[in-house]
Design a binder for this molecule. Sequence first.
Ligand code: SF4
Length: 206
Amino acid sequence: MMKEAAYELGGDNKPAVNYACVTSSDGFADKDEILVYGKDLNQINGSIPFARIVIIKTGDLTGEGQEDTEPLFRAIQDIDFVKYHVYPKGYMIRSSSDSFREQVRVSKDAVRKGINFEQVGNSYIAQFKKNPDVKAVKIIFVTADDADYAEMKKDAKKVRDITKTLSKILEGMATDCHSCSLREICDEVEGLKELHFGKEKKEFKG
Ligand code: SF4
């Protein structure tokens, strides 16, 4: 496989970060957009640091006001799953959700044919937009040497913690914030507490 590869994004233990954020608010991803910071795929010669960050604008997924967490959580899961359905030719993705890493082997043939992030980004956008809840997609590819990949990794962890918290809320966990292990993330991220207590109120009302 490596014989056929021209290089690997995130290869040789270089940073390789990936995460996706979902929002229904304006101002983050109002139109489909592909941004590249650093070298494009057809300008790279060897292992290089890499990040792929996706911001997805959806319609309002919380149902009635902010009371129903389930459609929101399911939509985030569906959206996240899209990454396993994108296979641009000559662009072989290896991801690990535990470490937030996404490495990519790019084939010599693909480089010869001029593969670039615009083509790859459009493959992702087409997949994401099969979901009718998705209104717009911004994809940011980073290969610059001086980008802050450590900070991006922290953001990736925060996104994962928020998704985990939504999952716990959905399971109907206890509602005492003082003794809750998720308190740190709920204190930091606006709206999570409202989601939890809105859901409890709804269930109480039956
Ligand atoms: S709102 Fe409170 S009880 Fe609910 S998950 Fe957050 S910290 Fe825990």
